[in-house]
Design a protein around this ligand. Structure first.
Ligand SMILES: Nc1ncnc2c1ncn2[C@@H]1O[C@H](COP(=O)(O)OP(=O)(O)O)[C@@H](O)[C@H]1O
Ligand code: SF4
Ligand SMILES: [Mg+2]
Length: 370
């Protein structure tokens, strides 16, 4: 399989020393948005690192800031958004990057698989042309070379009758086929970072599993880093090495996937797992909500954002924002009362056939690959 030649990246590192830097480092990333109630802070100090080829998952209820995190990484935040802090990609600062430099990065070194393929694809152009476009733009391929590469990509995402479909329009494909095309476009330039925001939500359950397995396979084959957003804990257990639990625009728990699944150090993580679909429900079933509501951004309290819904809340929790507290090596939770939470029982022993499939119960060893 040939990869398109990658020229010296225009969005490349600032100095030669930066080559040793991790692929992505966020430090105190903050995003303020204009709303009817004035400017509000929607991302409130994100800190995380993603190494080359690593996989990271974001979970949390609707409205906690997952998509905004993805959009920040693509330079696609809503009009008027104010960003502060630092977001370094391959050693280069992205906060404050001019749009022309974002255009050089986006679709080339950082690519995204959007949730809804119909909005990601242009209904007026044949799919072959849409896959060829980033190859012509970023790699300078000729029309015929880009078309040949588009065919190879369609075969790679296992679109049936790929050659015949190069000239098809999006409306002539099924939802699952369209999402394969969206993946082909994202992979076209072999990005170093792939951001996938609920990439299969628009598909039925069987197809979700198939398309996600394909995505994971291609990401691993190309050695790219993956930031995956999904409501499906079973998917997370299988696809990501590290998990960030988000609430109120912050990371409230951060750790290796297996450790987060096993220990659930933050009360919010416990709530998410308690509300998860039980064994036997179809995979892909959305999480039920936890009692109480996610606070409006304009109403976020000065102290712990989860205090009004937390069974362990104490006065001190409302006084000031808890910092991320180390819970174990490489595992931290933003909670003042880590010691007050009871230990979870060890995961039930299961027959190997059981452990391989469905939504995760307890914390399977080796829940995360790699
Ligand atoms: N364009 C926007 N203008 C104002 N508020 C927004 C905008 N986009 C998202 N938000 C708000 O930011 C918060 C986080 O949104 P989002 O990142 O989409 O959540 P998630 O993907 O976790 O469901 C939500 O409260 C949402 O209402
Ligand atoms: S800091 Fe307090 S309110 Fe917040 S999650 Fe921990 S125990 Fe609950
Ligand atoms: Mg979202």
């Amino acid at each position: 399989m040939t990869a398109p030649h990658r020229p010296a990246p225009p969005g490349g590192p600032g100095t030669p020393d930066d080559r040793a830097a991790p692929l992505l480092v966020l430090r105190d990333l903050r995003v303020r948005l204009r709303t009817e109630r004035g400017m509000v802070e929607a991302l409130r100090g994100l800190d995380f690192t993603l190494g080359r080829g690593e996989t990271l998952g974001l979970i949390g209820e609707s409205g906690c800031g997952k998509s905004l995190t993805a959009l920040a990484l693509m330079g696609l935040l809503p009009e008027g958004a104010q960003t502060s802090g630092s977001m370094r990609f391959d050693g280069r600062e992205l906060v404050g990057l001019p749009e022309r430099d974002w255009c050089a990065l986006r679709g080339d070194r950082i690519a995204m698989v959007f949730q809804e393929p119909m909005t990601a694809l242009n209904p007026l152009h044949p799919i072959g042309r849409q896959i060829a476009e980033p190859l012509r733009l970023h790699r300078g391929l000729s029309a015929s070379a880009a078309r040949a590469e588009a065919l190879r990509l369609l075969e790679r995402v296992r679109l049936p009758q790929a050659a015949r479909r190069l000239d098809a329009y999006p409306h002539q494909l099924s939802g699952g086929q369209r999402q394969r095309v969206v993946i082909a476009i994202a992979l076209a330039c072999r990005p170093e970072l792939l951001v996938a925001d609920e990439p299969t939500t628009a598909l039925d359950v069987t197809l979700q599993r198939e398309v996600l397995a394909l995505l994971a396979e291609l990401v691993a084959e190309d050695g790219m880093a993956l930031l995956l957003i999904s409501h499906d804990l079973g998917v997370m257990a299988q696809q990501v090495q590290r998990l960030l639990v988000m609430y109120g625009g912050q990371v409230v728990e951060d750790g290796p996937t297996a450790a987060v699944f096993r220990q659930r150090r933050h009360p919010y993580t416990r709530g998410l797992f308690a509300a998860r679909p039980r064994l036997g429900l179809p995979r892909g079933t959305r999480l039920a909500t936890i009692a109480g509501r996610v606070p409006e951004l304009a109403d976020l309290p000065a102290g712990c954002a989860f205090a009004d819904r937390c069974p362990w809340a104490a006065d001190a929790c409302r006084a000031a924002m808890p910092a991320l507290q180390p819970a174990a090596a490489g595992h931290a939770a933003r909670c003042l009362r880590l010691d007050a939470l009871p230990e979870l029982p060890p995961p039930p022993q299961r027959a190997p056939a059981d452990a391989a499939g469905g939504p995760v119960d307890g914390a399977p060893d080796g829940a995360a690959h790699g």
